[in-house]
Design a binder for this molecule. Structure first.
Ligand code: GSH
Length: 214
């Protein structure tokens, strides 16, 4: 059977989430924008066929095509290897609540509305729109503080087990914690910093969470 492909650029946080799940479960995979021998362009008609809203990642496994991170992770979870959800019903439900919050609000507040504004400025002559940054920064800071309040002392984001919450959060936090002054927002989140250092050092995480060269 052909190797499973995670369609999308490796710098995408959600693509990295699926990479982390594959590595945790020891599932062989490849990452890239290659599909059926050609390189896919973002939002072209081929991409539209694979994901109706032209997002990444999309999982390609032979003729099985699956969009959306949580669906992909859940599908992969049924394969070999350790579980990415707690076994007990209520623990699993609570974990899924955080999966939903991280992939929606946390991603929105930290990445779409803050980090992307800095990395891909939309102001005149490619300048950072400082008014937008000023407006979004407190929202991003408050979101990090909500994560700080939630984080467990037991090793992972929730409890003693690596879960999909960690796979979603680590790629986001890696980018956010690398923001330089005056955009840095992690001054009040020491537990989150320790968590990021601790979990990033695990073997299966190594090599995934790289930062762009300045
Ligand atoms: N709900 C989607 C969101 C995926 C998503 O937003 N991916 C980003 C990259 S990290 C993307 O495709 N951005 C391109 C765009 O919005 O046009 C999922 O969970 O997979």
């Amino acid at each position: 059977m052909s190797k499973l492909t995670i369609l999308g650029p490796q710098f995408s946080t959600f693509v990295r989430t699926i990479e982390l799940v594959c590595r945790y479960k020891n599932i062989p995979y490849q990452v890239g924008m290659e599909y059926e021998g050609t390189s896919l362009e973002f939002r072209d008609s081929q991409h539209q066929k694979l994901h109706p809203f032209t997002k990444v990642p999309v999982l390609i496994e032979g003729d099985f095509i699956l969009p959306e991170t949580v669906a992909i992770a859940t599908y992969l979870n049924d394969k070999q290897g350790p579980d990415i959800f707690p076994a007990e019903t209520k623990d699993k439900a609570k974990n899924l609540a955080w999966v939903s919050m991280i992939s929606q609000y946390v991603y929105q507040h930290l990445i779409s509305q803050y980090l992307l504004e800095l990395r891909f400025p939309k102001g005149e002559n490619g300048a950072i729109r400082m008014d937008v940054v000023e407006q979004q920064k407190p929202i991003a800071q408050a979101t990090l503080e909500k994560l700080e309040a939630q984080i467990s002392d037991q090793g992972f984001f929730i409890g003693e087990q690596f879960t999909l919450c960690d796979a979603l959060l680590l790629p986001i936090l890696t980018y956010v914690f690398a923001l330089p002054e005056p955009f840095s927002i992690h001054q009040n989140t020491p537990k989150l910093a320790q968590y990021l250092d601790r979990v990033s050092a695990l073997n299966f995480v190594q090599g995934v969470l790289t930062l762009p060269q300045e």
